[in-house]
Design a protein around this ligand. Structure first.
Ligand code: NAD
Ligand code: ZN
Length: 233
């Protein structure tokens, strides 16, 4: 990371498990209990929004009370020290923002707001929570949609374009806590490698990119990133 700046960080659910938020694909992950086809697709939402809100209501209860952990904080230190240029995250939990990350690209959106698909009204999280179990638009009455990217939806074009640009310009792409299974985000390491950058992966468990990573650390995100930030002090 010293020899090949800048470092761009790509995070997934694994950086937030130490904050008490379950990841998706582990044995204890969310998809072990909820079928994503029934709860996480835009079709499911359009078909039965109340059922999808039953799922999101429970998630908001967990996410709303979660605090950033050592991993999120170490990335802020590395950004303050000029080592990390930006953090691209698949997480919708806002924990990077709460920790203080400034250059943040949330490619899957966040729970910060929900929106009305009919009239465009945007409702902040606290108001949405007050409207549970099924939050309706205060202006027109349609069921609100959380501003997160569901399966079957396109990623916000400007954000994924920014993420791709950062990946291309990265000397090192540091992946933390992602299985790198979900596209198009899983394509970002290819952008880095194709442009002569290097790949480092901190993740418990295998990823499809392990063979192409210059550094591969199978360990907890919090302790590993804390040790890493310590090396730059
Ligand atoms: P993932 O669950 O696929 O992978 C997380 C990885 O982190 C796993 O390999 C796990 O072993 C590892 N891990 C767990 N705890 C760790 C720790 N403390 N330290 C290091 N590694 C740890 O999650 P992902 O890669 O983020 O999944 C892709 C994204 O897909 C998700 O982030 C999510 O945004 C998105 N998604 C969203 C929806 C939705 O409901 N809208 C649906 C499906 C997927
Ligand atoms: Zn409306």
């Amino acid at each position: 990371m010293r020899e090949h700046p800048p470092c761009v960080v790509l995070t997934g659910a694994g950086i937030s498990t130490e904050s008490g938020i379950p990841d998706f694909r582990s044995r204890t992950g969310i998809w072990a209990r909820y079928d994503p086809l029934e709860y996480a697709t835009i079709d499911a939402f359009l078909r039965d929004p109340a059922k999808v809100w039953d799922f999101y209501g429970k998630r908001l209860a967990v996410l709303g009370g979660a605090r950033p952990n050592d991993g999120h904080r170490a990335l802020v230190e590395l950004e303050d020290g000029g080592v990390v240029r930006a953090v691209v995250t698949q997480n919708i939990d806002r924990l990077h923002e709460l920790a203080g990350t400034r250059a943040l690209v949330e490619v899957h959106g966040s729970i910060r707001t929900s929106s009305c698909l009919d009239c465009g009204t945007v409702v902040p999280l606290a108001e949405v929570v007050a409207l549970l179990p099924v939050p309706h638009c205060p202006a027109c009455g349609r069921v609100l949609k959380p501003d997160v990217v569901m399966f079957g939806e396109l990623l916000p074009a400007a954000r994924i374009a920014r993420a791709e640009q950062l990946a291309r310009e990265a000397g090192v792409l540091l992946v933390v806590g992602s299985s790198l299974e979900v596209h198009p985000v899983a394509g970002l390491p290819l952008e880095t490698l194709a442009n002569g950058g290097r790949l480092a992966i901190v993740n418990r468990g295998a990823t499809p990119f392990d063979g192409r990573a210059g550094v591969r650390i199978d360990a907890g995100a919090g302790a590993t990133l804390t040790a890493l930030a310590g090396r730059f002090q």
